[in-house]
Design a protein around this ligand. Sequence first.
Ligand code: SD4
Length: 308
Amino acid sequence: MSLLLSTWSFSRPEHESAFASLAPGADPLDAAMHIANAVEADPDVDSVGYGGLPDANGGISLDALVMRSPAEHGSAIALTKVRQAAAAARLVMEKSPHRIIAGPGADDFAMQNGIPEEDLLAPAARERWEAWRHNPTQEPGKRPWDAGLGRLYRTEGGHDTVCVLAQNNQGLAGVCTTSGMPWKTPGRVGDSPIPGAGLYVHPRYGAATITGTGELVIGNCASFSVVESMRQGADPSRAIAHLLELVLAEQPVKEEDQLGVIAVTPEGHWAAGSLRPGFKYVVTDSEGTRVEVPELVIIDEPVPETAS
Ligand code: SD4
């Protein structure tokens, strides 16, 4: 049995082809990368790779993490010259003696290992930054709302990362790749490239990954916390609920904050949950591919009219 899970409906298009590469014996990381690479290359996804919205100065930076186990993971942080952030993170894991490489060194390392230098700021993202720059006092942001159409409804300031988990008879693998929070303070790094925050994979206990406001994720070591709950016997849904309730109790959660979590056991039992309505995820298993709403939503809120 094999399984692919990813955050947000914009990650759906490559699910079937990625799943085809997840046959027994295949490397689950390859399948997860397939989805991440496609989203990074899509200029219409404004929160990942090319097309991502820039920081307050108009500079875009990308962060990514790939993980198979506590002994096998790599992060590339604050890339400004290469679009393929997940591939850069995989190179850190496979070709360096380190676990995290950040800043200009991360760009150099990626390029030395064959990833091309490219412009990261798409014209549409530049235009939106120009508009924001001339009116930075506008309402700071509403959280993303996934209408399941492959694009997210939202106003300025929302953000949403592609996180992918893959499971087959070879084990588990995960990828998390993002351009981070739009209009962020230059130099800001979120949860996505931090092992145990945006993503955690343990071959014996399971994997979890998170999209949403990174500032709420880091302090609770959120992905690690979900996997740790599974290690202690919780099923994935209970483990996610425990994490989201903990964040709500311990963090200054604002109206525009959202967290979407997906988790899977080594046997392929999975669940998803979110802090609020509006999060969707994509699953492919032997029954096919579908875009799903998580059963677990911690804060009950009405659907905004603009999202329907
Ligand atoms: C970050 N967690 O940089 C990422 C962004 C994200 O939904 O996932 N947004 O905080």
